[in-house]
Design a protein around this ligand. Structure first.
Ligand code: SF4
Length: 56
């Protein structure tokens, strides 16, 4: 899945990863979709956002 950057926040997502290309001030994400991994996780620490992309 490939996410596109929108001109506004995705209101369904709060994200603190301020080093991501999709991050917007106020802990928003501007990706139109995100993918979360991994299979068989047992705790939230075992999950992460696979759509993360470093800022250019
Ligand atoms: S793509 Fe993932 S890591 Fe990046 S701002 Fe959105 S939710 Fe956060």
């Amino acid at each position: 899945m490939r996410a596109s950057k929108m001109s506004h926040a995705n209101e369904g997502i709060k994200c603190e990863v301020n080093t991501c290309y999709f991050y917007m001030n106020g802990d928003h994400c501007t990706a139109d979709m995100i993918e979360v991994q991994h299979k068989n996780a047992h705790t939230s620490q075992e999950t992460d956002c696979a759509t993360f992309k470093p800022q250019a």
